[in-house]
Design a protein around this ligand. Structure first.
Ligand code: 13P
Length: 248
């Protein structure tokens, strides 16, 4: 039985005040939440969130990392630095990093390796653009993105990886994939993993991301291969995020 995981990706949205309010709101509403809850904060706020969530069941993640362990990489942040602030997770390969910062699947695989080497759980994001979907290439795109990680690290690495399927056309657009569309790609991903290792395929959490909100979360997460959500906009409001957590 896979656990349900709801992760918030705050992206580049935070201030000391908003973080205090958001975490305060989450902590006061965690009572009925049975899902695992992760918040992925921008780097400067990791320390603040670490303190605020101390002693609670909320877990901390970062949104990116450098693939190198340390050294002359001005402006970059390593896996060990992220760990140092109590984070257990890190997002890798988000479509915004792939499209805006030129992260190839090879780079994403290296970052996944760096995270695993530091005992961080990567939230590995994959997903197709609208053009790729409309040209019938969704499965080929997702397969290539996942195979880049399998080819570098081997299937056993997925023992420590959470996958997030985030169709690019659904991110921040209000256009959510239907439960049928999402389930179909999630099942494809699980079958892809099963081609190498059935046990790992059955235990790997596969989250859906892309305009998931309090209104559509329950339908999406009731699909047999959708094991939770990676939430952008709706993760910035405590009430909305808690409702999604409770829907899981
Ligand atoms: P939205 O929920 O704002 O569509 O963002 C999804 C996302 O990119 C999470 O990583």
């Amino acid at each position: 039985m896979r656990k349900t995981i709801v992760a918030g990706n705050w992206k580049m949205n935070a201030s000391k005040e908003s973080v205090n309010n958001l975490i305060g709101g989450l902590l006061s509403g965690m009572g009925g939440v049975a899902t695992e809850v992760i918040v992925c904060a921008p780097f400067p706020y990791l320390s603040q969130v670490e303190s605020l969530i101390s002693g609670s069941s909320i877990m901390l993640g970062a949104q990116n990392l450098n693939a190198n362990p340390k050294g002359a990489f001005t402006g970059e942040v390593s896996a060990n630095m992220i760990k140092d602030f109590g984070a257990q997770h890190v997002i890798v390969g988000h479509s915004e990093r792939r499209s805006l910062y030129g992260e190839t699947s090879a780079v994403v695989a290296e970052k996944t390796k760096a995270a695993l080497d530091a005992d961080l759980t990567p939230l590995l994001c994959v997903g197709e653009s609208l053009e790729e979907r409309e040209s019938g290439n969704t499965e080929a795109v997702v397969e290539k993105q996942i195979n880049a990680v399998i080819n570098l690290l081997g299937i056993d690495a997925f023992d420590g990886i959470i996958i997030a399927y985030e169709p690019v056309w659904a991110i921040g657009t209000g256009l959510t994939a239907t439960p049928e569309q999402a389930q179909s790609v999630h099942l494809f991903i699980r079958n892809l993993l099963a081609g190498s290792n059935e046990r790992i395929a059955q235990k790997t959490p596969i989250l859906y991301g892309g305009s998931m909100n309090a209104g559509n979360a329950a339908d999406l997460m009731s699909c047999s291969d959708i094991d939770g959500g990676l939430i952008g906009g709706a993760a910035l409001k405590a009430d909305d995020f808690l409702q999604i957590c409770k829907a899981g």
